[in-house]
Write a protein that binds this ligand. Structure first.
Ligand code: ADP
Ligand code: MG
Length: 322
């Protein structure tokens, strides 16, 4: 298929957002300004680095790539409205597979009523997919990593480690409990857009999405806010069937697994009930997993507490303390 027919194939017939002045089909897209702040993020996915065809269908490649981007907007508390897609296509990907990539994105875009308004298509050596998302947030409500304060409650949505467990099942033959569930969490993660939007009534929330593992994202909040994040080991939410794996794998995936695209956040204790209310309204599991304390000495640390012990949780490993 030539580039022209391809663009015709992926181009939407109508736009859901009334602010679109010109979508696909000119030199650039045009949309009308909103009174809110504009929030934008971009991610690049490279075949063989960020995904593999042995564990993902083309449909999942598209779905997951857009999910990862929407998760970034959720972590800013933003309402997504548009996306643009740049794709480098190698010869060994056929037209049907390309269409499937766009179908994966389209299905997720339908869920959030967002519009594809542009992109670029070129040929190259390996498949590279880059998505740009655009959203809006009320001017005082962008959810920054630097907004955690001493005394805050720390919460996490969903369960941790599912995506890594799913990837493990895809790459290690065997009989597993809840195999379909875990694989689905890996291939089709749900960004927590609605839950984050539902928190908009709160004056202050620090948010980060879990793309690399809670150890990493908790420490990003701790560093940006110059505080210490304390996590209660026994409260970190995991799926009951994660226990079918060795303790070592369970811990590895829970702390460092990543790609669950859940949210970690902090709020003032008095706002905790409002978080629960947002969770109930959007049908999102949420759990209080710890608290924020003032840093003594170095800031930006994350501690994992268990009974009377605490362990310094490093971004990519943990060190035992007395
Ligand atoms: P130009 O030569 O001006 O860059 P193109 O021929 O690359 O224009 O693109 C024509 C139209 O198709 C533009 O509106 C562009 O945004 C859109 N488009 C091209 N590739 C994609 C893609 N992969 N996804 C979405 N829109 C695309
Ligand atoms: Mg172009």
């Amino acid at each position: 298929m030539d580039e022209f027919s391809f663009i015709n194939l992926i181009r939407p017939h109508t736009y859901r957002q009334s602010t679109v002045v010109k979508g696909i089909g000119d030199d650039a897209a045009v949309f009308r300004q909103s009174v809110d702040d504009v929030v934008t993020a971009v991610d690049v996915f490279v075949e063989g680095v960020h995904f593999s065809r042995s564990t993902m269908t083309p449909y999942h490649v598209g779905y997951r790539a857009l999910a990862a981007n929407l998760s970034d907007l959720a972590a800013m508390g933003a309402n997504p409205v548009f996306y643009l897609v740049s794709i480098v296509v190698p010869n060994h990907w056929d037209d049907m597979e390309l269409e499937q990539i766009f179908n994966g994105m389209k299905d997720l875009a339908n869920v959030y009523q967002i519009d594809l308004i542009g992109g670029d298509t070129v040929s190259g050596k390996e498949l590279v997919l880059s998505i740009t998302v655009i959203g809006y947030v009320h001017r005082t409500k962008a959810r920054l990593r630097s907004d955690a304060r001493e005394g805050d409650a720390v919460f996490v949505t969903g369960t941790l480690g599912d995506s890594r467990a799913g990837l493990y099942m895809l790459t290690h033959q065997g009989d597993y409990h809840d195999k379909a569930y875990f694989i689905n969490r890996h291939q089709m993660p749900s960004p927590r857009v609605r839950f984050a939007k539902e928190l908009s009534g709160l004056t202050r929330v620090a948010l980060n999405d879990i793309s690399d593992g809670i150890a990493n994202e908790a420490s990003e909040i701790a560093e940006a806010s110059r505080v210490t994040v304390n996590l209660n080991k026994n409260k970190l939410p995991t799926h009951p069937s994660l226990t079918q794996f060795s303790m070592e794998l369970q811990q590895q995936w829970t702390y460092f697994g990543g790609e669950d695209f859940e949210l970690i956040g902090t709020v003032a204790e008095r706002d905790w009930t409002k978080v629960l209310e947002a969770a109930r309204k959007t049908n999102t599991p949420v759990k209080k997993v710890g608290y924020v304390s003032q840093s003594v000495g170095e800031t930006g640390h994350v501690y994992l507490h268990e009974k009377n012990k605490k362990i310094l949780l490093k971004k990519l490993g943990y060190t035992h303390l007395k």
